[in-house]
Design a protein around this ligand. Structure first.
Ligand SMILES: Cc1cc2nc3c(=O)[nH]c(=O)nc-3n(C[C@H](O)[C@H](O)[C@H](O)COP(=O)(O)OP(=O)(O)OC[C@H]3O[C@@H](n4cnc5c(N)ncnc54)[C@H](O)[C@@H]3O)c2cc1C
Ligand SMILES: *[C@@H]1O[C@H](CO)[C@@H](O)[C@H](O)[C@H]1NC(C)=O
Ligand SMILES: *[C@@H]1O[C@H](CO)[C@@H](O)[C@H](O)[C@H]1NC(C)=O
Ligand SMILES: *[C@@H]1O[C@H](CO)[C@@H](O)[C@H](O)[C@H]1NC(C)=O
Ligand SMILES: *[C@@H]1O[C@H](CO)[C@@H](O)[C@H](O)[C@H]1NC(C)=O
Ligand SMILES: *[C@@H]1O[C@H](CO)[C@@H](O)[C@H](O)[C@H]1NC(C)=O
Ligand SMILES: *[C@@H]1O[C@H](CO)[C@@H](O)[C@H](O)[C@H]1NC(C)=O
Ligand SMILES: *[C@@H]1O[C@H](CO)[C@@H](O)[C@H](O)[C@H]1NC(C)=O
Ligand SMILES: *[C@@H]1O[C@H](CO)[C@@H](O)[C@H](O)[C@H]1NC(C)=O
Ligand SMILES: *[C@@H]1O[C@H](CO)[C@@H](O)[C@H](O)[C@H]1NC(C)=O
Ligand SMILES: *[C@@H]1O[C@H](CO)[C@@H](O)[C@H](O)[C@H]1NC(C)=O
Length: 596
């Protein structure tokens, strides 16, 4: 690895000093009150909150490696080294998707403590109030409504100054942010002024189409806002660095075991007339172990891992389980179904007449080394490496009311205040090294397409079939067609005169049929998968978990991670996962009368 000798602050004070176990032989016991499967974004929230009650014991089983000392997970700008398949990735690929012209695409999932929060793009977005009011409506539980979930967003958040301590007046709304939570959130801490000024200028020149929005995280996301990221002091903030910080991991009632991949739930019994499992089977090295959970098993293995473990354990569609020779414990056909994710179109990219772009760093080895050295020079990090390099602003936009998309399908958005499209603006792109570019990434954030994650083997360690179903609905293609013309309209503002050059792929001359074909050839993933263990009303004929996140028809088994979110929100999904996990942990605590 490029920066293998890079010394970073140890998060836990060194292996062996803490209760983060690398070796199963060191684990003090094999019976706990709660076993949390997956030390990812949500799992560490649950572990942290439950162990606030000193009377109960919690074990977290994480399949992946330690995040400690992984420079690329700490230095925000090193993101591009972390995202491709690496040692810290499950290395999944999707099934071939008809909507993408039969293409398979990589499906990144993190394989280390912190889960995807430790390798994602750090974009901090919550979605529209309507997303949550729709969840409340679908589940019949007002607790998932915007007004009632907002306190959980605030609880997880620690709003922090940007690394460069610039004046943030007019760049966010402090009244919608939390200040005491474990996850740091901040505005960018290194300016790309030439580009940023033009984005803001466009909101003044074309205010009807592209209004400025002081803060997209108020529940009213429409418009163009300054990017917010899960970064504090120029360092990535993840569920591992935040919720498992030293003061939490040292709790005597919390243990975390790494390199422990859960295969299935075992020791079936009955409780309250329902099937229940008392044991969790996991692989460490070449051996299988069983750990007992006396109160509850909580699946937090993420939207790929959770449905896989459910099906491995005999919870899923009876026909599918039977075909694989897995005895059915509970026929629950929705397991793994209704997967939803945002398709992303990355080709709106232009050459620009400026060298104030990411290429000034990524295309110049000297400047790159200087930037990293600057980040590393002081405990108060500065310079271009303090930011993710994902972008400077985010736009949330609705399709025009007369869009052909609405002929293909009724409006799938969560209401008039919820967007169909997300634009991410960046002074950079995916060209050849050193090429000065700008990009407007376009994602459909109200997709109609649905997919699935199911197992295809009785081997619990075989990778599942991941099918995000991208562009299986024509609505999503029509939405991207509109997005392309809206992005062209954005850069038609006078602000861009003399700055913007040719598109790296000339889309101007293509008709809609040719453009749609190009969209299917090039669209990729946003990695915002949800819904594979979706919640529904208690009396619904479908769904995997009840509104209190307990698996329907089971006793002592909950799911707390992105898989329970029934429809993908109009947002990057980490903040929503944190908020759901905070409320999910509260629901468990209420159920067992635990102290807070
Ligand atoms: C490349 C990428 C970029 C993204 N960018 C952003 C972004 O910029 N902003 C944003 O908001 N969201 C982003 N997301 C999405 C967001 O990070 C996820 O939605 C969120 O982190 C999911 O949290 P989770 O707890 O459900 O799952 P995860 O965080 O994936 O946690 C699941 C954990 O369970 C472990 N696990 C899985 N199976 C097993 C098993 N059998 N046994 C034991 N452990 C197991 C995994 O190793 C992992 O640690 C991105 C995602 C990816 C992949
Ligand atoms: C980071 O700083 C430490 C000393 O503080 C040094 O040992 C290390 O080599 C530096 N790494 C880089 C990549 O500059
Ligand atoms: C632990 O349990 C005991 C007995 O059940 C109770 O008296 C005590 O208050 C509990 N402590 C906490 C921290 O909840
Ligand atoms: C993913 O691929 C990398 C590089 O080939 C490898 O080192 C790593 O072990 C793989 N991860 C898993 C979970 O198999
Ligand atoms: C859901 O919304 C519909 C239409 O607005 C309303 O009639 C229904 O009562 C709502 N259901 C719940 C559970 O809130
Ligand atoms: C900030 O958010 C609050 C709460 O949503 C709102 O009442 C207020 O008007 C916002 N402030 C500005 C300046 O937009
Ligand atoms: C629990 O399940 C494991 C794996 O199937 C088995 O080896 C063990 O005997 C079971 N324990 C009890 C008490 O049933
Ligand atoms: C998918 O979710 C919808 C509600 O959004 C529901 O009507 C449908 O039954 C679900 N399908 C499955 C297979 O669970
Ligand atoms: C690369 O960066 C160095 C240091 O900032 C600078 O001196 C040099 O001119 C740059 N090279 C190019 C080709 O821009
Ligand atoms: C599913 O498993 C069958 C039987 O092993 C295999 O033939 C098939 O290729 C698998 N499907 C996929 C998509 O991997
Ligand atoms: C893009 O294509 C259109 C139509 O074919 C053409 O008129 C235009 O000159 C092209 N632009 C560039 C920069 O090549």
């Amino acid at each position: 690895m490029l920066f293998s000798s890079f010394i970073v602050l140890s998060l836990f004070g060194g292996v062996g000093l803490c209760k983060l176990y690398e070796d199963v032989a060191d684990l003090p016991k094999l019976h706990y009150d709660f076993v949390v499967v997956g030390g990812g974004t949500a799992g560490n929230v649950v572990a942290n909150r439950l162990t606030e009650d000193a009377n109960i014991t919690v074990l977290v089983l994480e399949a992946g490696l330690s995040n400690t000392g992984v420079a690329a997970s700490e230095v925000p700008f090193l993101l591009s080294e972390l995202i491709p398949d690496t040692t810290y990735s499950w290395n999944y690929t999707t099934v071939p998707m008809p909507g993408l012209d039969g293409r398979s695409v990589p499906y990144y999932r993190a394989y280390f403590l912190g889960g995807c929060s430790a390798h994602n793009g750090m974009v901090y977005t919550r979605g529209a109030a309507g997303d949550f009011n729709r969840y409340a409506n679908l589940t019949g539980d007002e607790g998932w409504s915007w007004d009632q979930i907002l306190p959980y967003f605030l609880k997880s958040e620690k709003w922090s100054p940007p690394a460069d301590h610039h004046d943030t007046d007019g760049q966010y709304n402090s009244t919608v942010h939390g200040t005491d939570g474990p996850i740091s959130v901040s505005l960018n801490g290194f300016a790309w002024s030439t580009f940023e000024d033009k984005v803001i200028q466009t909101t003044k020149e074309l205010p009807d189409d592209f209004p400025f929005n002081l803060d997209m995280n108020s529940g009213q996301p429409l418009g163009i806002s300054w990017l917010q990221s899960t970064i504090g002091n120029g360092e990535r903030s993840s569920s591992a660095t935040g919720y498992l910080a030293p003061k939490f991991i040292k709790r005597s009632n919390l243990d975390v075991l790494l390199h422990a991949q859960v295969s299935r739930l075992v020791n079936e019994t009955k409780a309250d007339g329902k099937p229940a499992f008392k044991g969790v089977e996991f692989k460490y090295g070449d051996s299988l172990f069983v750990v007992k959970a006396s109160k509850e098993i909580i699946l937090s293995a993420g939207p790929v891992g959770t449905p896989q473990i459910l099906m491995n354990s005999g919870i899923g569609a009876h026909s599918a389980l039977k075909a694989l020779g897995i005895p059915t414990v509970l026929d629950l056909p929705s397991v793994g179904q209704n997967a939803s994710d945002h398709p992303s179109f990355y080709a709106m990219q232009w050459e620009v007449n400026s060298d104030d772009t990411f290429a000034s760093i990524t295309g110049n080895a000297t400047r790159y080394a200087e930037g990293l050295a600057q980040w590393n020079a002081s405990a108060k990090h500065t310079g271009p490496f303090v930011d993710s390099g994902v972008g400077t602003h985010i736009g949330y936009l609705r399709l025009p009311a007369d869009s052909p998309a609405f002929v293909a399908h009724a409006d799938p958005s969560a209401g008039p205040d919820a967007p169909h499209l997300e634009f991410t603006f960046l002074p950079g792109g995916y060209g050849t090294a050193g090429q000065n570019l700008m990009t407007i990434d376009i994602a459909v954030v109200s997709p109609v397409s649905r997919g699935s994650v199911v197992i295809n083997s009785s081997d619990p360690f075989a990778p599942p079939l991941i099918d995000p179903g991208y562009l299986s609905s024509d609505f999503d293609v029509f939405a991207l067609l509109d997005g392309i013309s809206m992005a062209q309209r954005f850069v038609s503002a006078p602000a861009w005169d003399g700055y913007i050059g040719a598109m790296t792929t000339n889309l101007t001359g293509l008709n809609d049929v040719e453009l749609a074909a190009f969209i299917r050839e090039t669209t990729g993933s946003s990695y915002h998968l949800v819904g594979t263990a979706g919640m529904s009303a208690s009396d619904a004929s479908y769904g995997v978990v009840d509104p209190d996140l307990q698996v329907k028809g089971m006793s002592g088994l909950s799911v707390i991670d992105a898989s329970v979110v029934p429809i993908v929100p109009a947002a990057h999904t980490a903040a929503v996962t944190y908020a759901f996990a905070e409320r999910g942990a509260d629901l468990v605590k209420q159920r067992w009368s635990l102290s807070t």
